[in-house]
Structure formats: structure tokens, C-alpha cells
Design a protein around this ligand. Structure first.
Ligand code: HMG
Ligand code: MG
Length: 300
């Protein structure tokens, strides 16, 4: 039997949160439905954050209702504060993610406080969520580079990963927010964190700005990571990470993993349909190599 790697689809949240134009709620719903049809079992369906900071996610409650998130343990939403958690609980979320960083400068821009302050803020939220039976993921952004303060040492990531794990996050997603690192630096961070947090609790969340995303995912999987975040069509970017482009594309990762002998439970053709839907229903063109190779348009 093939070994499994779980793909966490972040397109409906990370993929769309920074899009420059408004996106119809019906299109976000249509995208999630197509991703489910493709066999995606874990997905970020939105976030409960300040609509002033991230207007594209303001309709997350409506989206969750429409796609039946109450009944889907694999549907996840981001929350940044107590108000966001209240909204997630009211919507019957089964999984949430809290998010901080390995650099204070990025945390300040993204969530308005230092890393240490964010950990203090999240601890009671995680406790409340867990008491309500909600699974919690902890994100660490800027694991190798910060857009404001430069390179980040692997050892700077370790205490954040430990703190999130100790407060009750069942999974730590390592965010290479800028998409600048090459596999050597990714390997160094994973080795440093895996000395303190079990490998089966780590997820790889890589952006593809410099075209290193697939190589970096391959490296993470080679080291034993079995949960990989990706966005359909290669959409995405954080509004607080200037210059960084999309996430590594789900279809590139599924193609890679299947080719390397792993099972994902995802149908590549149906995933390409979901990518095509982004173009047809939202006017957002997929930028992934695999999409362009298999669905035309030539390579970018
Ligand atoms: P703040 O301005 O410091 O705090 O923001 P505030 O409490 O003064 O709130 C500002 C306004 O937002 C207020 O409205 C609040 O009511 C409202 P006003 O009084 O001015 O009219 N507000 C809310 N509204 C609805 N729902 C809420 C909520 N909270 C406040 N939950 C805050 C602090 C944390 C709220 C803000 O900084 C924020 O929302 N940040 C979220 C940023 C975000 O979502 N970033 C993208 C996700 S992270 C990412 O993409 C990286 C990742 O992919 C991994 C990687 O790639 O590295 C995960
Ligand atoms: Mg991201």
C-alpha cells in the first residue's frame, strides 16, 4: 500500500485573502465544492479576522454555512483574537488555526503585536477551543526570512513551535511566507523544530515566489513531513508580505506526490477543474506549471 501524504488546501483562504478585486461569495463556495469533489479532505475555508485588514474574508460565515462546514472535520478557519474564536465557535467550526511568526516585525504588521504577546493572546483561545472539541493548528510565518527584518535563524523558530505545541496546538504549520528559501534552509528549520516537536505534527506551508516551492516540499517530505499545504492554481499571498506571491500549487504538489509513489486521495483531473473554475468564475488565472502543461496556455 502506498504511503499517504495529506494535502491541506489553503486556496479558499490564503489563495484569495489578498486578491485585489472583490470575489463573489458564490464563487468562493463554488471553488470549495469543486475542491471537495476532487477529494480534498482538509481545507482552509476562510478566516475570522478584521475585515478592515483582510476584506476578502469578510463573508466567511456565509461560506461556511453554504459548504456545510459544521459537518466537516477537515474544514478549518483562521482566528487572530477572541472575537474571531467566538465567530468560529458560533459557526460550528471543527478546526481553527491561530497564527504567529518567527519574527516580531512580521507579527507586528500581520497581527498587531510581538510574537511573545501573540503567544500570550493565543494560549487561552487554544484552551477554549480545545475544551469545545475544536482541533487547533498553529502557524509560524517567516520561518526563514522576514520581509521587514531579514533572515531568520532556524533556532528562532524552535521556541515558537514549542510554545504553540505546549499550549495545545495539535499541528504546527511551518510557513515560508516569502518563498525565498531553497531546500538546504528548509531542511535546517525542519531538523531544528523536529528535535522538539514530533515530525508527524509538522506541516509544510511554502510559497513559490522564486519557483522553489516544489523542491522545498520534496525536501520536507524526504525528511518525513506528511502534511503539505498548497493552494489550487498556485493562488495566494499574505497582504502583509509585500512582494511574496502565491502558495505552492496544489496540482503541482499532487503531481509530484503521485509521481513519487505517495497517495493523496485527490483526483488530479478534478483538481485541475477547480483551478479552471478560478479562471472562469473569478477571473484569477492559475499560474501552476502542471495546470499550464495539462490544460493549455503554455508554460508561464
Ligand atoms: P488591531 O487593529 O490591532 O486591533 O488588529 P483592533 O482590536 O483595534 O481591531 C481593529 C478593527 O477590526 C476594529 O474595528 C475591530 O472591531 C475589528 P473598528 O473598531 O476600527 O471599527 N476587529 C474585528 N472584526 C471582525 N472580526 C474580528 C475582529 N477583530 C478585530 N475577529 C487584528 C488586530 C488581529 C484584529 C488584526 O491585525 C487582524 O485581523 N489581523 C489578521 C491578519 C490576517 O488575517 N493575515 C493573513 C493571515 S496570516 C498568513 O497569511 C500567513 C500564513 O498563510 C502562513 C504563511 O504563509 O506564513 C498563515
Ligand atoms: Mg501563507
Amino acid at each position: 500500500m502506498k504511503e499517504a501524504v495529506t494535502l491541506v488546501e489553503v486556496g479558499p483562504r490564503d489563495g484569495l485573502q489578498a486578491w485585489k478585486h472583490p470575489i463573489a461569495t458564490s464563487a468562493r463556495i463554488g471553488l470549495i465544492e469543486r475542491l471537495r469533489k476532487a477529494g480534498v479532505a482538509r481545507m482552509e475555508v476562510g478566516s475570522f479576522v478584521s475585515p478592515k485588514h483582510v476584506p476578502r474574508m469578510a463573508d466567511t460565515a456565509e461560506v461556511m454555512d453554504a459548504v456545510g462546514s459544521r459537518a466537516e472535520p477537515g474544514d478549518m478557519v483562521l482566528v487572530a483574537n477572541a472575537r474571531g474564536l467566538e465567530q468560529a465557535i458560533a459557526q460550528g467550526a471543527r478546526a481553527i488555526a491561530v497564527f504567529t511568526a518567527a519574527s516580531d516585525a512580521f507579527a507586528q504588521k500581520n497581527i498587531g503585536c510581538t510574537v511573545a504577546a501573540s503567544l500570550d493572546r493565543f494560549a487561552p483561545l487554544v484552551e477554549t477551543a480545545r475544551a469545545a472539541g475544536i482541533n487547533v493548528r498553529g502557524y509560524i510565518s517567516t520561518i526563514t526570512d522576514c520581509p521587514y527584518s531579514g533572515e531568520v535563524a532556524p533556532q528562532a523558530v524552535v521556541p515558537v513551535a514549542r510554545a504553540l505545541t505546549e499550549m495545545g496546538c495539535g499541528e504546527i504549520s511551518l510557513g515560508e511566507t516569502l518563498g525565498r528559501a531553497t531546500p538546504r534552509r528548509i531542511a535546517a528549520v525542519i531538523a531544528a523544530v523536529a528535535a522538539h516537536v514530533p515530525m508527524d505534527r509538522l506541516a509544510a506551508h511554502f510559497h513559490d515566489t522564486y519557483g522553489m516551492g516544489v523542491a522545498n516540499v520534496r525536501e520536507a517530505v524526504r525528511l518525513g513531513v506528511r502534511t503539505v499545504d498548497a493552494a489550487v492554481g498556485g493562488l495566494g499571498g499574505c497582504p502583509f508580505a509585500p512582494g511574496a506571491t502565491g502558495n505552492v500549487a496544489s496540482e503541482d504538489i499532487v503531481y509530484l506526490l503521485h509521481g513519487e509513489g505517495f497517495a493523496t486521495g485527490i483526483d488530479l483531473d478534478a483538481l485541475l477543474d477547480a483551478a479552471a473554475y478560478c479562471r472562469d468564475a473569478m477571473g484569477i488565472a492559475p499560474v501552476s506549471r502542471v495546470f499550464n502543461a495539462l490544460r493549455g496556455g503554455g508554460l508561464r
